[in-house]
Design a protein around this ligand. Structure first.
Ligand code: HEC
Length: 204
């Protein structure tokens, strides 16, 4: 009898777990969350590792300066970037930012830049309009990011420092080539120290 009731509990638990796993789908990740949670921190990890491994001239990396733990970190970071870039490169509907996600610089929307309209801050609606209007272009830029992340992931498997150097040193251009058309410029005029927003300095 004891055995039977245990079996019933096990089955009931299994059914309950199954029920749980069928809960409502998570909302798709926004561009904002992708940038803050994956692209920025993971690219920083990779750049941190490569910048301490430069050779004396700075035109390549010294293999001995990249440890196994570093390679593992590059493998993990590039895999996360690759997976999310693939999403950005294929999703037919892309949300720039959910209402609770302020985008960098949007607090300045409405104030005219003294350096011209190209420097005016934009809010999520403007960026969303640009993404919707040129989704194919957006997908292409995201595909390039996918290819870079994929190449760095391959480099981490074979410990190929030449490939890692080539891709990591050109990665910021891949980032900028999407930021420029969709967000605005990636090189805003220096922000006075008093107005510095957390994180803004990283993008200069
Ligand atoms: C396919 C397009 C695309 C690529 C490639 C891309 N970004 Fe972005 N990124 C955007 C857009 C659009 C925004 C503006 C929306 C926003 O700020 O959330 C943005 C904003 C950001 C922000 C500001 C987030 C905030 O708090 O508002 C950071 C940081 C960032 N990107 C980092 C990166 C890095 C690092 C890379 C390259 C490794 C990269 N991005 C590549 C589209 C891209």
């Amino acid at each position: 009898m004891v055995k039977v009731s245990t079996a019933i509990i096990v089955v009931a638990t299994a059914l309950a777990l199954y029920g749980c796993s069928k809960k409502a789908e998570e909302p798709a990740p926004s561009i904002n969350a992708t940038m803050r949670q994956i692209m920025e921190p993971d690219a920083e990890k990779i750049w941190g590792i490569t910048s301490k491994a430069y050779n004396e001239v700075g035109d390549g990396l010294v293999p001995e300066k990249i440890s196994d733990a570093d390679w593992k970190e590059i493998a993990d970071a590039s895999r996360r970037m690759k997976e999310r870039a693939d999403f950005l490169a294929t999703a037919q509907k892309i949300v720039v930012a959910y209402p609770n996600e302020p985008i960098l610089g949007s607090q300045a929307v409405g104030t005219k830049s003294k350096d011209g309209a190209a420097w005016d801050a934009v809010g999520p609606d403007t960026v969303q309009g640009r993404v919707n209007a040129k989704l194919d272009d957006f997908h292409q830029k995201a595909r390039k990011l996918y290819e870079d992340a994929d190449a760095m992931n391959c480099a981490s498997q074979t410990k190929d420092v030449a490939l890692l150097y080539k891709i990591a040193s050109g990665l910021d251009e891949t980032c900028d080539s999407c930021h420029e058309p969709f967000w605005g410029t990636d090189e805003p005029p220096p922000i006075p120290a008093t107005e510095k927003v957390k994180g803004a300095e990283r993008l200069q």
